[in-house]
Design a protein around this ligand. Structure first.
Ligand code: HEC
Ligand code: HEC
Length: 199
């Protein structure tokens, strides 16, 4: 009798565990965004402050990949905690959600300085072996399915990423961007970030 009771108990606990797993269905992107992402990135990916990247119009596959990298710890930062319990399907849904949001841009006031950024973005700097950014991120800064869209991004975030690529603080896939960023001067970083923010 005792054995049967124990068995029954084990069986019911097992069933509870199994039903617990199947009950944990994927949340929809909007549910996750409202609860957890909007505080920093805004409900439509517009970003609540310039220290947070804009996600509106960002390429879906790129967003999904970054979330996976944050979850696995390949990319380090504030986001590790935010991505910790996201399922693969939720990461795909979040990518699709943000990529479908209307893109935004900044008004650039210092035209002369922005022109320096324009030149570098489209031509690179042949004197210091900096490749043209447009060769990977596109003439309009829209990136590709896998490469990030840069156009309209906050200047502050862009500069921070370039510095992090340079010092290898940004640890995911930074071979290419490390070689690019390590050749940029401070003036070039500032001018590029200004121009790109207004694209
Ligand atoms: C407390 C503020 C905060 C919250 C909340 C937050 N993020 Fe972030 N997010 C950041 C910061 C800061 C970065 C820039 C990377 C870094 O420094 O960690 C970032 C970067 C990202 C990136 C990479 C963007 C790029 O261009 O490479 C994605 C994608 C992202 N967040 C998605 C999300 C999603 C989805 C959620 C909700 C589940 C979320 N974030 C919640 C602060 C936040
Ligand atoms: C050979 C291709 C290539 C070139 C040229 C290139 N990039 Fe990148 N860039 C990448 C890749 C790949 C990534 C994404 C890395 C990842 O997946 O985390 C990236 C990411 C970035 C990011 C981070 C975006 C984000 O949302 O976090 C910035 C900023 C950036 N590049 C700026 C530039 C600038 C400015 C130039 C020109 C001076 C440039 N890149 C030239 C390939 C390139």
């Amino acid at each position: 009798m005792m054995i049967m009771m124990t068995r029954l108990f084990l069986l019911t606990s097992l069933m509870l565990v199994i039903s617990g797993i199947s009950a944990a269905e994927n949340r929809t992107a909007i549910e996750i965004v409202k609860k957890r992402c909007s505080l920093c990135h805004g409900i439509d990916g517009e970003a609540s402050s310039t220290i947070y990247p804009r996600l509106a119009g960002q390429n879906a596959a790129y967003v999904t990949k970054q979330l996976g990298d944050f979850k696995s710890g390949r990319r380090q930062g504030t986001m590790n905690e935010m991505a910790a319990d996201l399922t693969p399907d939720e990461m795909v849904a979040l990518g699709e959600y943000f990529s479908a949001k209307p893109t935004l841009t900044h008004r650039v006031r210092n035209k002369d300085f922005s022109a320096v950024g324009y030149y570098l973005y489209h031509n690179g700097n042949s004197y210091s072996d900096v490749p043209a950014c447009e060769s990977c991120h596109g003439v309009d800064g829209n990136g590709t399915t896998k490469l990030p869209r840069l156009a309209g991004q906050h200047k502050r975030y862009l500069m921070a990423q370039l510095l992090d690529f340079n010092t290898r603080k940004r640890t995911n896939d930074n071979a290419v961007m490390h070689s690019v960023a390590s050749k940029l001067t401070e003036l070039e970083i500032n001018a590029l970030a200004l121009y790109i923010s207004g694209m």
